[in-house]
Design a protein around this ligand. Structure first.
Ligand code: ARG
Length: 585
């Protein structure tokens, strides 16, 4: 709800109390957006819901409310429609004043949260020695956007990269490398991540086939956990190698993260198990320490426990998550912890959240949220793969998007006989390519799977990054064409709304704060994408219907201000999606 809606709600409540008494102080006036813009901007439906209680006809109730309602500084005189809806239409002068007030503000009038919080966003989180896959790409893009929005709302956000840097995979890998390529365990940069991944595959194969290898690997894990120097050194080298490769992706995507991998929590694991033991939640099951919860069953319908310590004494993914959760609450003092992973892990999250709650580890003022997302599919509707059926390397995927964006700009330049520097072309290609990938992901409701299509995401038409970037570029073009300095439009500048297209655009511009508040709550960045897409669309309609540079004053300056405010809104909104704008493209 934005500031205008809040004011209207308050005034409606006051009218309710004035009409029917203090019993109605907490009655919700049921203020919603108008079902049809013909009837105004908002409608209050409370009269219909009070009919029974008051023993009166809704229309009569509505009349009594309206008789006590003073919204003359915001709305046209309210109208009662149908069975008893109260229709409210914002005054043009009110809209103008609001726009004039926000256009000079760097936050565009959007307030920060009334109670700023420490919030953690746990996202990206790939696994060392394995390649980052499209699932991690989604987590990185969605998590980054969520973190940006929460930061903009004024929260202190800790962006945590919970990398999988511990566990049995290292035992196998180190054992295998000792045999075939020992230099990799002693010399920095002896391996390429590509090699690392293929070594890992081979190690895994050996592990599955060879019992002696299995045993040596297990011992290697024990040595690692005990801090044996050579193993620890090898482990560090392997992590460093992966880290460098991940960083290339983060740089390309312009995403910042603080790495705090699973290994960080390793010393805390025994205490997690011991504390669960004291709460009485632990059960021994075939030698493993487990927590059984109602409602979790496997495919056969048998109870599915959360295993916190395996028969061999080793700990699990969930044990680490429990330790991390406690640390984040106790040491980081987080009030909201957001985890961004594929929906395949939903069970894992609800299970360990529940265990932590049962153990009384979650104070009432701490909110835990799993933010799940669906799969990335190929154009054949199956899991996204390369032609040869391998998983797609993220670097290749991003490079391909940039190369295609480059081919596109080059052909447009040729067509228009425009000449640009190599630097310009490369920058446009990078911004467009990366934005297209990000936006294609963010614009979908994250819970659904989506089909990855370079052609679609790079298209200048439709709900795509290039379409939005182009709207921004178009506005910068107006300023260049008319030699306009948007930062200096004269002291008497005023936004004045006359035409329908101006009003429609104006109302939309004033809705950004509501959208941001929604995303802050439900963590669905696609709503912001929708908003920006609608904005570009409404701007384009305005631009088609209302001449800007060619119109007379004061309309000319007013329209220039609307253009500028649209551009600022696009730039801010896109920045919250992790997308940069271009002045020309
Ligand atoms: N490393 C995990 C994976 O690749 C994701 C970790 C998500 N974060 C967490 N706290 N469990 O699937």
């Amino acid at each position: 709800m934005n500031a205008t809606q809040e004011q209207l709600k308050l005034k409606l409540t006051q009218a309710l109390v004035a009409a029917f008494g203090t019993d109605y102080t907490n009655t919700d006036p049921i203020l919603v957006s108008a079902s049809n813009p013909k009837f105004g901007d908002y409608q209050a439906n409370v009269a219909l819901s009070l009919s029974k209680k008051l023993g009166k006809q809704p229309r009569i109730i509505a009349t009594e409310i309206v008789n006590n309602l003073d919204v003359s500084d915001i709305c046209e005189p309210p109208e009662i429609a149908g069975p008893g809806f109260i229709n409210l239409k914002l005054q043009t002068s009110y809209l103008e004043a609001q726009l004039n007030a926000i256009q000079a503000d760097s936050r565009l009038g959007i307030p920060t949260a009334t109670t700023p919080q420490k919030q953690i966003v746990d996202f990206s989180s790939p696994n060392i020695a394995k390649e980052m896959h499209v699932g991690h790409l989604r987590s990185t893009i969605i998590g980054d956007s969520i973190a940006r929005i929460l930061e903009f709302c004024g929260h202190a956000v800790l962006r945590l990269n919970h990398v999988g840097d511990w566990g049995t995979q290292f035992g196998m890998l180190i054992t295998y490398l000792r045999e075939v390529y020992p230099e990799a365990l002693t010399t920095a940069n002896a391996l390429d991540i590509g090699d690392l991944v293929s070594f890992y595959r081979k190690a895994k194969q050996r592990f599955d086939e060879d019992p002696i290898f299995q045993e040596t690997s297990r011992q290697e894990v024990v040595r690692l956990q005990a801090g044996a120097e050579d193993t620890l050194h090898a482990w560090k080298l392997l992590c460093e190698q992966s880290r460098q490769e991940f960083q290339i992706i983060y740089d390309l995507l312009n995403v910042e993260l603080v790495e705090r991998g699973e290994s960080f929590y390793n010393p805390l694991l025994p205490k997690v198990v011991a504390d669960l033991e004291t709460t009485g939640l632990l059960e021994e099951n075939q030698g493993a320490k487990c927590v059984f919860l109602d409602g979790f069953t496997n495919r056969e319908g048998n109870p599915l426990p959360l295993i916190v310590q395996k028969t061999d004494g080793g700990y699990n993914y969930a044990t680490t998550d429990l330790a991390a959760l406690r640390y984040r609450i106790q040491e980081d003092k987080a009030k909201r912890i957001v985890y961004v992973t594929d929906e395949g892990q939903s069970n894992h999250f609800s299970q360990f959240f529940q265990v932590a709650r049962k153990a009384n580890w979650i104070p009432e003022d701490v909110e835990l949220v799993h933010v799940p997302f669906g799969l990335v599919l190929g154009e054949d509707g199956k899991k996204f793969k390369t032609r040869s059926g391998d998983t797609v390397r993220l670097r290749d995927l991003l490079d391909e998007a940039i190369n295609r964006a480059r081919a596109d700009i080059e052909s447009r330049l040729k067509e228009d006989e425009r000449v640009e520097t190599e630097e310009f072309i490369q920058n446009v290609a990078e911004v467009v390519g990366i934005s297209a990938v990000k936006y294609a992901d963010l614009s979908q409701n994250r819970t659904s799977s989506y089909v990855f299509s370079y052609d679609k995401m790079l298209s200048l038409k439709g709900n795509t990054a290039p379409y939005l970037l182009y709207a921004y570029v178009r506005i910068q073009g107006i300023s260049r064409q008319g030699n306009i300095d948007f930062t200096n439009l004269g002291i008497n500048r005023q936004i004045l709304l006359k035409e329908d297209a101006e009003l429609t655009l104006a109302k939309h511009l004033l809705q950004l704060d509501e959208v941001i508040k929604e995303v802050e709550q439900d963590l669905l960045p696609n709503r912001l994408c929708d908003y920006l897409y609608q904005l570009s669309d409404k701007f384009n309609k305005f631009y088609e219907n209302c001449p800007v540079l060619k119109s007379e004053e004061p309309a000319r300056t007013s329209r220039l201000m609307l253009c500028d405010l649209t551009a600022k809104t696009l730039k801010l909104g896109l920045s919250l999606l992790g997308i940069k704008v271009l002045e020309r493209m």
